[in-house]
Design a protein around this ligand. Structure first.
Ligand SMILES: [Zn+2]
Ligand SMILES: [Zn+2]
Length: 96
């Protein structure tokens, strides 16, 4: 009963175990490892597409100008002068 089915696979993203006959994780929709999307047949196109993908390290970099709320430590965008979470004025902002 508790044996793994042959061909079942584990989602890279959420570690849910999926049935052999599904190509996407039932939980989060992540594509099965090694599964190819139908519209990605040509390997020659991959070099041109690679510029779309940012490395993970870049995605987690702080944006220049973002600021951290003194009160709740939420990180806010450069273009807001009040914390989106608690409304505390940005340190150094005049308030206008
Ligand atoms: Zn998943
Ligand atoms: Zn705050």
């Amino acid at each position: 009963m508790f044996q793994k089915k042959p061909g079942s696979w584990e989602c890279d993203a959420c570690l849910v175990r999926n049935q052999p006959d599904v190509a996407k994780c039932v939980s989060c929709g992540t594509l099965k490892p090694g599964e190819q999307t139908p519209n990605k047949g040509q390997k020659s196109k991959e070099s041109a597409k690679s510029s779309d993908l940012k490395p993970l390290s870049e995605m987690f970099q702080k944006k220049p100008g973002t600021w951290e709320c003194d009160a709740c430590l939420v990180r806010n965008q450069p273009d807001v002068v009040k914390c989106v979470s608690c409304g505390t004025l940005k340190a150094g902002a005049s308030g206008q």
